[in-house]
Ligand binder design. Structure first.
Ligand code: SAH
Length: 346
């Protein structure tokens, strides 16, 4: 009977070293293999040319390398690229490359589907199938880095966890992936260039602060009025704004890192002065800035982007209170690669 082989990338470097010692080899062999797996991105054991044939065969007998596979790649006319990424068990997630003049950003997924139920988001229509493993998150980044070099002549510069899923509901794996991405044995990227975006899970925001993480935090706020927020993000019922506020104050006290609030203004939902007043009050709790994002329609028109007067009102009222506000245009809409559109069509 064939026993299921283990994914070799589930092992830490120390575990790999121990494995080789148990096999009667040198611990150092573990370092070599680890380097092949993470720095050099080897997809097969045959690739590991400085490892003896015999050892490669032994690895082959014991392990698999579960690599992601970019099934389809779509290019938008604005340069945005969307990858449909097939996982080893056949499930699919999406990741996006977003080029601007000065940077290339990878938008990566952390879960297959999502357990939250934001009513304006396409991903919420898929039920959560499973969490991604650290290597599956890491591989999405590597794939986008390659595409960035190939199509835009420069390496990837930034990463946002704004693809499918709620990163803080898969916190341990997201953290492990970020460790790999930032370590010299992985991609050596600065954590300051990484943003983790959450719908706001208070307990996990506090945990991140306790873990002294170095990446940036974005919170999908969308409303600072409980009643409104619960109507569009029903889980707010269980994680109300008072708890979120407390967690964010804790985050800032510990990390001294400013928070970004992502915010879409919808017609008849949060486009009135009282909505801006509530946002301004919320912004006082911890140093923060507001990112007004364009709404990307996902279906029947239940949600509509507010008119430009409403956006202008937000901008002028926030600026009058010295709160930094940016208005972000969507990218890659023509290929359903924009915020909240992932999994629309696959
Ligand atoms: N679960 C995480 C990360 C994924 S979503 C989070 O909620 O932050 C990334 C951003 O896109 C979030 O701010 C989300 O609220 C926003 N978003 C979701 N659907 C959208 C849509 N249809 N149009 C515009 N933004 C959307």
């Amino acid at each position: 009977m064939e026993t299921k082989k283990k994914d070799i990338r589930a092992l830490t470097k120390d575990q790999l070293r121990e494995f080789f010692v148990k096999e009667g080899d040198k611990a150092f062999r573990g370092n070599q293999v680890y380097e092949w797996l993470w720095s050099k991105g080897a997809h097969t054991f045959e690739d590991m040319t400085n490892i003896s044939l015999e050892t490669r065969q032994m690895l082959q007998d014991n392990f698999v390398i579960n690599h992601i596979h970019v099934d389809t790649m779509q290019k938008s006319k604005d340069g945005t690229i969307k990858n449909a990424v097939r996982l080893h068990d056949g499930l699919i997630v999406e990741s996006v490359l977003i080029p601007t003049k000065s940077r290339t950003t990878a938008c990566v997924s952390s879960q297959v589907g999502c357990s939250l139920d934001c009513r304006f988001c396409a991903t919420s229509r898929l039920k959560r199938m499973r969490n991604l493993n650290p290597d599956e998150i890491f591989d999405q980044v590597v794939a986008i880095d390659r595409e960035s070099r190939l199509y835009h002549d420069r390496p990837l510069s930034n990463i946002v966890f704004m693809g499918m899923g709620e990163p803080l509901m898969n916190y341990n794996n997201v953290l492990k992936a970020i460790d790999k991405i930032t370590s010299d044995e992985g991609l050596g990227m600065s954590p300051k260039r990484i943003v983790v975006s959450t719908s706001g899970v208070p307990k996990m925001i506090k945990k991140m602060a306790d873990d002294d993480v170095k990446f940036k935090l974005a919170v999908s706020l969308h409303s600072a009025i409980d009643e409104v927020r619960t109507s569009i993000m029903p889980f707010n019922e269980n994680f109300p704004l008072a708890d979120l506020r407390e967690a964010l104050e804790y985050w800032y006290a510990k990390t001294k890192n400013r928070i970004t609030y992502e915010y879409v203004v919808w017609k008849d939902i949060n486009d009135k002065k009282k909505d801006v007043d509530a946002l301004i009050a919320f912004c006082k709790f911890a140093p923060s800035k507001v990112n007004l994002i364009e709404y990307n329609p996902i279906d029947d028109g239940e949600f509509q982007q507010a008119n430009s007067q409403a956006i202008d009102m937000y901008v002028s009222m926030l600026e009058a209170k010295n709160i930094t506000v940016t208005v972000r245009r969507s990218r890659g809409k023509d290929i359903d690669a924009a915020c909240g559109q992932l999994a629309n069509k696959s």
